[in-house]
Design a protein around this ligand. Structure first.
Ligand SMILES: *[C@@H]1O[C@H](CO)[C@@H](O)[C@H](O)[C@H]1NC(C)=O
Ligand SMILES: *[C@@H]1O[C@H](CO)[C@@H](O)[C@H](O)[C@H]1NC(C)=O
Ligand SMILES: *[C@@H]1O[C@H](CO)[C@@H](O)[C@H](O)[C@H]1NC(C)=O
Ligand SMILES: *[C@@H]1O[C@H](CO)[C@@H](O)[C@H](O)[C@H]1NC(C)=O
Ligand SMILES: *[C@@H]1O[C@H](CO)[C@@H](O)[C@H](O)[C@H]1NC(C)=O
Ligand SMILES: *[C@@H]1O[C@H](CO)[C@@H](O)[C@H](O)[C@H]1NC(C)=O
Ligand SMILES: *[C@@H]1O[C@H](CO)[C@@H](O)[C@H](O)[C@H]1NC(C)=O
Ligand SMILES: *[C@@H]1O[C@H](CO)[C@@H](O)[C@H](O)[C@H]1NC(C)=O
Ligand SMILES: *[C@@H]1O[C@H](CO)[C@@H](O)[C@H](O)[C@H]1NC(C)=O
Length: 487
């Protein structure tokens, strides 16, 4: 099992690289809106491997793709002006280990993108994870220019900016301590991160995100209270210190399987809501997506009807023992139709068959009593052409392939006759009279006087939060917000 793009426990970006968000005025979907397969234009014959992260590796203001192949091979596909638009140009090969995740970032503050990899020994799916940081150097990676962390992690670490110095830090439960540890970037020194005895839940779904709208990222943790009860805690960032969580939110009653928490302004009021995909039974015959508001305990189902034309669909339970591409239950969020409300992508399986597919969940006004408290709900597109042709999908995420403000879709699928995942890219032909705002967050550590004369541009940055107010076509004010968060 390893980290697909933007996937949660296996740290990556839930959003493409920098902070990109969209808002809209007049939105009109063209009739016959569809998704178009553009895989070969993008990748040629190289559309395989686990797409694990996004980031602008060579500072050309275009997003590059980080793809894992085999056990220990990282390929960076650099964006190009000519077809195929992504070409594998930078390669790093590690031996005797399995790379489980990739997190690009500037870990030493020289404004060049470095690449953090987590690895475990081959044939030991339950071993602790080692963490290595390969230093970016003139847009290449050298297997010998690296820093190896001298502690191992029980789970994928969370990449966050713990001390607010704009340099990403590495947070998680290490093998030598009961308390979560953090390795501070640049200093590369270890510190006890939080004063808590609670066990962090594995696979983790922690997040570094502003949850109280003070423009400072807080720490959201999923922990285990005795006896193994999953709960959620928010450590609020107060003047740079994470203050001990005083309130624990329990998981919804009757929930047996908990997926990865994700955060979005679901009803467009400027506040961030917590979305939780879950199942009422261990086989996920009864799946539900819940929503809750920060600080409140109630959970509202925003999707609970998974039946279509006699087939009952459900989330795919995560099996950590199965090494063949089992991923935690995850929603990937993005506003595909530019109506200002976040939509989602989910992987569901036919509960009586074996096929699993990616589905688009549209955020629509709530028309059922159960979701009234959430104001909005999800409607599933059960028959979305080209998305439903991809069999055995394992990951689906939004990505603005053409950098035109419209979110396209990337799907990874497995094929039992092949050892690598197949990469599919679907262009969103949505046409709308809408505007979009793209915000790129820079660390600001240097601008024109950077060390070694490098061009700084948009190295992935954890935690920023932006809020904006727009006026809609009817003259009403609408709040929106955008954020990147690492997970
Ligand atoms: C960086 O690499 C390019 C070619 O890859 C080379 O032309 C250039 O001299 C290198 N710069 C430095 C500072 O090493
Ligand atoms: C990091 O290193 C700098 C200089 O090397 C030092 O001044 C600073 O105190 C260190 N910070 C921490 C948190 O160790
Ligand atoms: C681990 O590395 C840190 C620096 O990152 C160093 O201070 C410490 O002594 C090392 N510990 C061991 C056991 O080598
Ligand atoms: C944050 O924590 C540090 C170290 O524990 C302490 O010295 C400092 O006063 C705290 N700051 C605030 C604003 O609480
Ligand atoms: C579930 O949705 C389907 C169509 O998507 C509908 O036919 C069916 O009546 C719904 N079931 C319930 C219990 O609402
Ligand atoms: C996992 O993959 C191996 C070979 O790649 C195959 O033999 C095995 O049947 C697969 N297991 C499952 C559960 O799909
Ligand atoms: C789900 O699986 C059952 C059993 O294999 C099959 O009869 C049914 O057609 C499948 N549904 C869909 C939509 O593929
Ligand atoms: C998309 O196009 C590629 C390359 O032409 C092809 O291999 C793949 O099967 C297509 N995918 C779908 C879902 O049609
Ligand atoms: C937008 O946010 C501001 C500041 O939080 C708040 O005062 C205002 O009522 C909000 N407006 C709407 C339409 O939600």
């Amino acid at each position: 099992m390893r980290a697909p793009c933007c996937c949660r426990p296996r740290s990556g970006l839930p959003f493409p690289p920098f902070l990109i968000f969209f808002s809209s005025l007049l939105v009109r979907a063209r009739p016959g809106w569809a998704l178009q397969n553009v895989t070969s234009q993008l990748f040629g014959n190289q559309a395989y491997g686990t797409l694990a992260a996004f980031g602008d590796f060579n500072s050309d203001k275009q997003t590059d793709l980080f793809v894992l192949r085999g056990d220990g091979e990282l390929n960076i596909f650099l964006a190009d002006q000519k077809e195929p638009y992504f070409k594998p140009k930078v390669k790093l090969l590690l031996t005797n280990v399995v790379i489980t995740s990739v997190v690009p970032g500037d870990y030493d503050g020289d404004s060049q993108m470095d690449v953090l990899l987590t690895t475990r020994p081959q044939k030991q799916p339950n071993a602790d994870l080692s963490v290595l940081i390969f230093w970016g150097n003139n847009q290449t990676l050298d297997v010998n220019r690296k820093f190896v962390l001298n502690k191992t992690f029980h789970d994928e670490p969370l990449i966050m900016d713990f001390n607010g110095d704009l340099i990403p830090d590495v947070f998680g439960a290490t093998s030598d301590s009961d308390k979560p540890q953090v390795l501070l970037g640049r200093n590369l020194s270890w510190h006890i991160a939080l004063d808590t005895q609670k066990k962090l839940y594995t696979p983790h779904s922690h997040a570094f995100i502003d949850l109280n709208n003070d423009f400072t990222a807080d720490l959201f943790l999923t922990t285990l209270a005795p006896p193994n009860e999953i709960q959620f805690e928010i450590w609020v960032n107060q003047d740079g210190n994470f203050s001990k969580a005083t309130h624990m939110k329990r998981k919804p009653k009757d929930v047996k399987v908990v997926g990865q928490s994700v955060f979005a302004d679901f009803d467009g009021d400027g506040q961030t809501e917590h979305l939780l995909p879950a199942c009422a039974d261990s086989a996920c015959q009864k799946s539900v997506i819940y929503l809750s508001k920060p600080g409140l305990d109630s959970w509202f189902p925003v999707l609970q009807n998974f039946t279509y034309k006699g087939t009952l669909w459900g989330f795919v339970p995560y099996d950590s023992a199965q090494t063949n591409f089992s991923f935690p239950i995850t929603l990937h969020i993005g506003d595909y139709n530019m109506d200002g409300y976040p939509d989602a992508l989910a992987i569901l399986k036919n509960t009586s068959g074996s096929n699993q597919q990616a589905f688009l969940l549209e955020n629509v006004e709530c028309n059922e009593a159960s979701c009234a408290g959430a104001r909005r709900m999800f409607k599933v597109y059960w028959e979305l052409s080209d998305l439903n042709q991809i069999k055995d999908a394992v990951v689906a995420t939004f990505f603005d392939i053409y950098e035109d403000g419209i979110l396209d879709i990337i799907v990874l699928s497995k094929d039992s006759t092949k050892t690598e995942l197949a990469i599919h890219t679907l262009k969103n032909n949505f046409e709308a009279d809408a505007y979009f705002v793209k915000v790129i967050v820079l660390s600001g550590l240097c601008s024109n006087d950077c060390p070694r004369k490098i061009t700084p541009f948009g190295v992935n940055q954890p935690g920023p939060y932006i809020m904006y107010t727009t006026v809609d076509a009817n003259g009403y004010l609408k709040n929106g917000s955008g954020k990147t968060y690492f997970c």
